[in-house]
Every structure is written in C-alpha cells, then in structure tokens.
Design a protein around this ligand. Sequence first.
Ligand code: NAD
Length: 321
Amino acid sequence: MKKALILGAGGFIGSHLARFLRQRGYFVRGVDLKYPEFSDTMAHEFVIGDLRDPLLCSQVLDIPFDEVYQLAADMGGAAYIFTGEHDADVMHNSALININISYQAALVKAGKIFYSSSACVYPEYNQTDPDNPKCAEESAYPAMPDSEYGWEKLFSEHLYRAFSRNYGLNVRIARFHNIFGPEGTYDGGREKAPAALCRKVARARNGSSIEVWGDGLQTRSFLYIDECLDGIRRLMDSDFPGPLNIGSEEMISINRLAEMVIDISGKNIEIHNIPGPEGVRGRNSDNKLIRKVLQWEPSLPLRHGMEITYRWIAAMVEKEG
Ligand code: NAD
C-alpha cells in the first residue's frame, strides 16, 4: 500500500485529494490547523498541528512517505490577497511551512513531493490586456508578481528546486489557476470569485441585484476540482518536475461568470459593478506545455463545474435559513 502525506488536508483541495487517494488504495495521513469544514476527512490519520513548527514537521514526516503533497498555505481570494492587509502573514506563514517541509522531506528521503504553486507567480506586466494575458511557464521571468502571495510562491518554487539539485529531493511543482468546486470556502473573506458569486446569487431575491467587484471586464479561467486532481495525478506519475500550469484555457470575464451563475440559478438578477480588489486585468492558463509533456488538458466546460458548485452552495445557503 502506497503511503501519502497531505499537508493542508483540512483545506479545499487537500480534503478532496484525501478522498481521491484513499479511493485509489493509498494510506493517507493528513495534517492541518483544522479538520475539513464541510465533511469528515477521508484520511486514515489526521494530525491537527501548526506546520510553522519544525518539531511538528519532523513528527508528521517521520517515515519516507511515497508521496508528499504540500498544499498548506496562508491564502484566500482577492479580498485576502490583494488588499495588502495580510501580506506579512501570508509571506511569513507560508514560507516557514515550506522551509520546514523541504528540509524534512529531504532528510527522510521522501519518495516524491508535490508543491502547489500558483498562477499568481506570473508578472503583472504580461496580464494588463484582459483579452490576451500571457501565462506560459517560462514567462514567469523577469519576475514581477502583483502580490506578496505570488512572490512567496515563487520563492518556494526555488526552494524546492534547490533541494532537488543539492539533496536529490524528487519534486513536482504545479501552478494552479483558480480551482473551484463544492466544499470550498464560500463566505468569510477567503472565498474566491466562483464561490463568492454563487453565494451572492443564492442569497439574492428574484428581481434584486448582486455586487461584483471592478468593472467586471477583468478575465480569468477556472478549473473544476476533479480536473485538478486528475492533473496532479498525471504530474506525479510523470518524470517532469515542473513547474507546470494546471488550469483551464476557457477564459471568461467576471461579469460573464456572474451571468452564467445567474442563468444557472434561474433567477432574474442584475449585476451592479462596484469598486473592489481585482488583481490583474487578465489571466488565463496556457496549457501548451502540459499538453506536450503530459498529453493532458481539462475535458469539462466551465459551466459543468459551475452548475455542481452552485447547487452545493445554494443548498448550504438554504440550510442557513
Ligand atoms: P485552503 O486555504 O482551502 O487550504 C490550505 C490549508 O492549509 C488550510 O486548510 C489551512 O488551514 C492550512 N494551513 C495554513 N497554515 C497552516 C499551518 N501553519 N499549519 C498547518 N496547516 C496550515 O486552500 P486550497 O484552495 O485548498 O489551496 C491549496 C494549495 O493550493 C495552497 O497552497 C494554495 O496556495 C494553492 N493554490 C490554490 C489555488 C486555488 O484556486 N484554490 C490556486 C493557486 C494555488
């Protein structure tokens, strides 16, 4: 039985990954500050602890796991990342986790380690045109991410690659582009655009309006969680160290995404654009490299995942009463 360690197993992607690996016959140990919010963990063992603490890292990574998935990070959506209010925490907390884990994984000779980087590493100057953003992997340099979150991700990519060169750590690095789906945070300030829009529409009365940050013409692409897990699996099964985009090329403006959610809800709701944190003007995954090295790209249209996600969030909102 293969052994996997998931760091950040109480989070959105980590909790889905625990289920995914368990269904494929893995022994799974999860670690997080908290248990998954919306369902029981599927990990065989779950350690509640703070990965900023090197002692905890040595305790949870005490055996040479076949696979280590490093997903733990201090992160959130635009309201958390782009207001500047959490910059020191984001950089300090996530960097400490990665410093501890890269060292400990090399020490115990972990089989393979997956590091979840982000599309936020890409330079702002390549993402000013909403119709034509450039996010090919090599375009990350000269570096100029638009957030401290992106700078930390870039630093940690280098950290894992340095451990790979100097200590033989077998690293796989993915840059996720806006992963969404059921059982993700949809309220409280850390939620991302798809979940926030679903919540707003689910709570809105027929005939009313919802607020959307910015002019709504800013563009993004979004990847459904099941496709993300498939991409992670393929990267881990390959010999390619990355970094590799794991995202969708189906770019859409935020207002169009809001219209899609409204259409799914069947309600009659207007969009009211207001000033708010937006991030870059345009961002889209560039899947040329992943198509070439893994012969993979997402297969589902955005609407498919949005329908499932809206239904889940609407049911949660309904329970709120
Ligand atoms: P998430 O916030 O749901 O999960 C991260 C988990 O890390 C949380 O459960 C949190 O409690 C845990 N954590 C934070 N600090 C910790 C600490 N000191 N000790 C132990 N656990 C700690 O985020 P997610 O959406 O599941 O993302 C997983 C990873 O993928 C993150 O590294 C994130 O930066 C990266 N990523 C996600 C997306 C996305 O769209 N979801 C996009 C790009 C990159």
